[in-house]
Design a protein around this ligand. Structure first.
Ligand code: HPA
Ligand code: ZN
Length: 343
């Protein structure tokens, strides 16, 4: 990467639309939490923790992710998790972020919903005050858990709906299609929330999952969703619905090593709208937005115009007011104009 494109990516005004808060848990915070909560850890150093991050597919990734989640116990733990992610993101010129969280992974361990969301909400407020970064929350349903559990979780969230902008669907996809959650998604939509869902790379029945997300559940976005490229009819449908795909280069590199170039170019050439995101940076070599954009740029030879368009897609499809959107898009336009002058 030439120095100047790296500097361009550093300074680019960014928005992130696909990051799991629990996946931002860094080894350093794991050590702090284990000490603080008197929780035994197998590993005795950050290096040893990171050395254990070996996975080759969604299932082996999720087992690491679920193990890490066990360290989060108190409101302050959730506060620290979220505050550290927002501080890091603000340092990378991320102006706005929509963060997933998985309340069921905590409530099933006996941690009250209120503990989780109160800690996160306090951190969002503090980070906006301290670093100017704006954020919103997307509540994910854990798809290998039952539809009834998702529904109960939505009921628990009712007193906090002002702090939640949308609902999503994550975790183990095999045998757990979007249709399993049709009722709770309908309930969320009726309550005024936005909808998105994961269709992870190369999962069983992925094309049917993408079709359900697009047609049956009328999802507003698809998280990952690269397999859309296998089916012209799905491409056509996604274009018709102007769907944004939130692409995460880090896990894709693990599941389909070396295919980044073909995948990213494929999405752009098919006329699909994509954003680039970090997913689970704590478990993926601490690759936050800047690192992810740099790696996408290198792999797919993205031009400045393409990087600007990707950032524009993120602000354009963020779940924010028109006034806020104009504010961010103007910041992006000013940045583009300044870069053009310097070129
Ligand atoms: N896919 C599914 N579940 C997840 C992910 C993901 O990318 N990250 C955390 N939980
Ligand atoms: Zn994800």
């Amino acid at each position: 990467m030439t120095g100047s494109i790296a500097a361009f990516i550093d300074a680019l005004p960014k928005a992130e639309l696909h990051v799991h808060l629990e996946g931002t848990l860094e080894a350093s915070l794991k050590m702090d939490l284990a000490r603080r909560n008197d929780h035994p850890l197998k590993e005795s150093s950050e290096e040893a923790i990171r050395a254990g991050y070996i996975y080759h597919d969604l299932l082996s990734f999720l087992s690491l992710y679920y193990e890490g989640v066990e360290l989060l116990l108190t409101e302050n733990d959730f506060y620290d998790l979220c505050y550290q992610y927002l501080r890091k993101s603000a340092s990378q010129n991320v102006l706005y972020t929509e963060m997933f969280f998985d309340p069921q992974l905590h409530t099933r361990r006996g941690i009250p919903f209120a503990t989780v969301i109160t800690g996160i909400t306090r951190a969002r407020e503090a980070a906006e005050r301290d670093f100017g970064i704006r954020s919103q929350l997307i509540m994910c349903f854990v798809r290998e858990m039952s539809a009834e559990s998702a529904d109960e979780t939505f009921t628990q969230a009712l007193p906090y709906l002002d702090d939640i902008v949308g609902v999503g669907l994550d975790s183990y996809e095999t045998g757990n299609p979007p249709a399993k959650f049709a009722q709770v998604f309908a309930r969320a939509r009726a309550a005024g929330l936005h909808l998105t869902m994961h269709c992870d790379l190369d999962q069983e029945n992925t094309h049917e999952h993408i079709r359900q997300a697009l047609d049956d559940l009328a999802s507003e976005r698809i998280d990952h969703g690269l397999n859309v490229l296998d089916r012209p009819e799905l491409i056509a449908r996604a274009r018709e619905r102007d769907i944004v795909f939130t692409i995460c280069p880090s896990p894709n590199d693990v599941i389909r090593p070396g295919c980044g170039r073909r995948d990213l170019r494929g999405m752009l050439d098919a006329g699909l709208r994509i954003t680039i995101n970090s997913d689970d940076p704590g478990y993926m070599n601490s690759a936050y937005m800047t690192e992810c954009l740099r790696s996408a740029q290198e792999t797919a030879d993205l031009t400045r115009a393409e990087l600007l368009a990707i950032s524009r897609n993120a602000f354009a499809s963020a779940w924010i007011s028109d006034a806020e959107r104009s504010h961010y898009l103007e910041a992006l336009d000013r940045f583009a104009a300044l870069q053009a002058e310097e070129a």
